[in-house]
Design a protein around this ligand. Structure first.
Ligand code: NAP
Length: 257
């Protein structure tokens, strides 16, 4: 399909999981895609697979969304290559650890979650949206979570970052009212990606998270991203909350063990 023809989509955290799948879904819709993440080798692999499947040759550049200079450099390079940015998928993000607040010995994990999930998203948005305004077309799609709607023990900081994503999304939609720019959050429940391995640091424990239930896949979420991005320009999808059929909320999971 070619509903994205002539448009450029930037996807952060595109080296794995939901970001990689969203990049493929958008390229399949005819978007040019610019991929950023810290692991450039993995980005290259994702780009090759996208080129093979869709014929779209992605732009690839190393990007740490926590680093302001990196963000400026990345966005400037995309604009130099394509002359525009139409869609920003603020997907780069992570949870680190499952400690209760009073048990967390140092603040490294807190800093990483807050700097990536909140500050990184803000930096990417601030750098990209002026180019959308200039081009007369834009769409910011933020990856939130059901953790942005419902907090749980052991997830205070991750949940706080996703509540923040929801607040930023709502503020931004009001700030950009009157401009041809759409603002969406996609808020998933459990998705089987690299997320749990990054959070828990152990593959066996990560596999246990999905034991006896059927989680969402990265492609399920990429479908939601592509759906929001390909609606007619007068249609703003505010929020998509999407959970596995086996999940009714944070920690409420049907398992067949
Ligand atoms: P994933 O497979 O671990 O992918 C995360 C991506 O973020 C990777 O490409 C990683 O790439 C990138 N990333 C992490 N820190 C970064 C940084 N500082 N700068 C640039 N890129 C960075 O996890 P995922 O499930 O696809 O997660 C994507 C988003 O979905 C996150 O925002 C997450 O919070 C959200 N989400 C996930 C779930 C779930 O159950 N999986 C549920 C709700 C919401 P590098 O390591 O190469 O930088």
């Amino acid at each position: 399909m070619s509903r994205g023809k002539g448009q450029v989509a930037v996807i952060t955290g595109a080296s794995n999981g939901i970001g990689a799948a969203s990049a493929l879904a958008l390229a399949s819709e005819g978007f040019q895609v610019a991929l950023g993440a810290r692991s450039v080798d993995k980005l290259d692999e994702v780009a090759q697979a996208i080129a093979k499947e869709t014929g779209v040759q992605p732009f690839v550049m190393t990007l740490d969304v926590r680093n302001e200079a990196d963000v400026k450099h990345f966005v400037a390079a995309v604009v130099e290559k394509y002359g525009r940015i139409d869609v920003l998928v603020n997907n780069a993000g992570l949870a680190k650890g499952v400690s209760n607040v009073i048990d967390e010995a140092d603040t490294t994990n807190w800093d990483q979650m807050i700097d990536t999930n909140v500050k990184g998203l803000l930096l990417m948005t601030r750098e990209s949206v002026p180019h959308m305004i200039k081009g007369g077309n834009g769409h910011v799609i933020n990856l939130g979570s059901i953790a942005g709607h419902q907090a749980y023990a052991g997830g205070a900081v991750y949940c706080a970052t996703k509540f923040a994503v929801r607040a930023i999304t709502d503020s931004l939609r009001q700030e950009l009212l009157g401009l041809p720019i759409r603002v969406t959050t996609v808020d998933p429940g459990m998705v089987n990606t690299g997320f749990s391995l990054v959070r828990l640091g152990d593959q066996e424990q990560a596999d246990q998270v999905y034991a006896g239930m059927t989680p969402l896949t990265a492609e399920d979420i990429a479908d939601c991203v592509a759906f929001a991005a390909t609606r007619p320009k007068h249609v703003n999808i505010d929020t998509i909350i999407v959970k596995p059929t086996d999940q009714a909320g944070a920690g409420k999971v049907a398992r067949r063990l």
